[in-house]
Each structure stands twice: as C-alpha cells, then as structure tokens.
Design a protein around this ligand. Sequence first.
Ligand code: UGA
Length: 434
Amino acid sequence: MKLGIVGSGYVGTTVAACFADLGHEVMNVDVDESIVRRLNEGDAPISEPGLGDLLSQYAGSSLFATTDYGDLVDFGPDVIFLALPTPSNDDGSIDTAVVEAGAESLGGVLGDIEDYPTVVVKSTVVPGTTEDVIGPTLELESGGRIGVDFGLATNPEFLREGSAVDDFTSPDKVVFGADDDRALDALESVYAPLLEKSDVSVVRTGLREAEMIKYANNAFLAAKVSLVNDIGNICKEYGVDAYEVAEAIGLDDRIGEQFLRSGVGFGGSCFPKDVNAIVAAAREEGYDPALLQAAIDVNDRQPQRMLDLLDSHVDVSGERVAVLGLAFKPGTDDVRNSRAIPIIEGLQERGASVVAYDPNEGAAAAIRERFPDVEVLASPSPTLSGAVATLVVTDWPAFADLDLEFDLMSGDVVIDGRRIVERRDGITYEGLTW
Ligand code: UGA
C-alpha cells in the first residue's frame, strides 16, 4: 500500500520506517527541511535502537520525505497518518494548534488525491478531537465529505521510547477507531503484514473510544507507578523494603509484575502530559478525577522526598553534589520531564554546586543547554570526585557497576532514587523507598 505520514517526530519517523519494513511505500511530510534531508539520506533524526538500520535500508527506495504536501497528490496514498505533536498548555490541556495546522495543509491537497484516501489521527488527542476538530477542518479545506470522499480514523500508538521499533513489531494490541467499517478495513489492511505474522489482539472500535483507550492506557500505568510510590513511601517509614513487597504482590496475576518499580517517579513526554491532559479534559466536561490528580501529585512530590532525604544527612549549601542520570529513563536521550530537572533545581535552590553525568551524550547536551551552571561531565569518576553527596535519578544499568568511584567523594551520602546502585561499605546509602 502507499502511506503518507504527516510529522516526523518520534512517532512519525518510527512508524514510517516500520511501515516500510512491512512492505509499504511511505512518504513523510514535515515542515523541517533538515529532518526531511536526514530522512532522505537514511539518517535517523532521533536516537532509537534499530531505527537507523531501517531508515538506511528503505530511504530512497520505499521511503521518501518531503516538505511539500502537494507531493502527496502524485504519490497517491491509500492512507495518510497525522503524527503531529500535541504539547501541553499551562493548565495541562493539550494544544491542538499543530495538529490543526497539519490537518489544514493536508485538507488543501486531500481533494486532489485519487480514490478514497483514509486520514488517520495518530497524535494523542482527547476524546472528540478527531470528530469535532480534525474532521471538520479536513472537510472545510478539502471541500469533500467524510465517508463520501475520504475516510477518517484514529490509531493510537503504544510505543515506548528506547524500544519503539520492537514495540511496533511485537505489540500487545493494535487499536483502530472509526465510525465506519470502510475506514477500519483500510487500517486493518495497513497492519495486515504484521497481523499475519503474529497473534496480536486487534481492537476495532469507535473514534472516541480509541482516543480514550490511549489516555486510559497511559493513565493506568502512570497511576500504577504513583500507587507503588505511595506504598513505597509507607514502606520507607516502617523500614520495610518496598522492592520485596512489590515482588510479592506482582505474583498476583491481577496486579502483574510490571511497573512496580518505586522511586523518584515517572517522566518523559507522555505520562505527565497525558495524565494532566485527561484530568484537564475531564474537568472541562464537569468531572474531577481525584485518583488521577493524586497520581500527578504523588509523582510531583517524589523528587522533593529525595531532596528531603538528602537534607536529613547533609547541608549541601556551598558543597559539590553529584547527579547520576539525566535522561527520563535509560536507553533514551530524552530529558523531557526527567526527574533530574526538579532534582537539579532543588539542589541549586539549596546553594549546591551541581555536577552531573549521563551515559547518553544527547541527554547530557540537553541538560547542559538547560542548566548552563551545571557541570555535565563525560564519565562517573570526575563527577563523583569531591562531591559531598550523590543522587541517582535514572536506572542506567552501568550505574550498578559503580564501586570504587564512590571513594572519590568528599562525603559519603548516596541517595538512590531507582534502586540501581549496590549498597557497599564506606557509603551512607539511602534508598528512596527501601
Ligand atoms: C509510555 C508508555 O509506556 C507507552 O506505552 C506509550 O506509547 C508512551 O508512553 C506514549 O504515550 O507515547 P515511555 O514514556 O516511553 O512510554 O516510557 P515508559 O517506559 O512507560 O516509562 C515512563 C516513566 O515511568 C519513566 O520515567 C520510568 O522511569 C517510569 N517508571 C516506569 C517507573 O518509575 N517505575 C516503573 O515501574 C515503570
């Protein structure tokens, strides 16, 4: 099939490469010339395992990128995905301006695309956005009608950063949302090569249900992390090991063993944004989701608890303090909503001189840019050297091997926010929830 993808961020680029790998011909449209150039050269504009290999394999043969929506007309896609960002407004709600602008530009050429193209919203949008905002924009700009001239569907993604290509290839489920069978069938044809290979659950549902499934999925997982953090905080009060408790409760199938790692909380571009967005949207509709608000509050407090624990051991004013881990999770260069950010801010408020390290150079560079006063170094030893305390914020596996490096510190306090560092003689080790 021929597929158009509007937007070449984490999602658009990953699905473009993965769709090409399923045997489709793909055209990406993005307003950013440098991203388009890199895609056409087969060079991944983001850091994601396996993505570079796929792009170099398919760029120029079955994967093309362009800045011109008009190129879609000659290309003639059967299905066009909108994979544009929906960033947060100050009140937590989503800003749909970029998706709307993309829908406007796409609408401008949609009427000239032959046959019956199906437009699929992949961006994360609150229930009703596809039907009430994107659909009418496409109709207005194209002069055509949904269900008569083109199809409209949603297809939320459940890809994790750092394993997005694997998640695409081996999903737990795929979700297709539309209010008519023709649009659902078009989506099913796109995924057919994947569905034939493995036993994937296919959810065919309505537009609003599919939009809500995405939020419910992320809200549930984020709330699970906050619940395990709340329980972990209780454990800490009792001197109980929250990880032993989590392992035991995870044996109950109804609870499940995943997402039970307590610590400094969740970050990234999805959980914080999506939980805030669905809470804001629900309030707009007249319902106040108390539990999800609590999930946000608990998450916001975990970095503060880490700093309180530090305060209980040492006054860091005028002292050098090391932060290990800057990416929001291991295996990525992404620092968006990383717990390292409130930790660094809290240390600076206390008058500490902050020195930091992350194994990923992209994450290190992003923090250097955001915090010019923070010394971001290239390896753990010089980072720990002379530090009165160390705060571990990301569970990069390499941190488990740190040992003699701690002897370089001027003090001995190590606060572990992720249960990754080995307890050892010579350091005062504090786990956040154990
Ligand atoms: C998340 C979802 O897992 C994906 O299914 C979804 O597609 C994606 O958001 C999205 O909406 O695009 P991601 O943000 O890449 O994926 O990261 P996760 O691996 O889910 O981790 C999120 C955060 O939770 C990280 O900061 C991680 O450290 C934290 N976490 C996770 C914990 O603190 N404890 C756990 O037990 C698990």
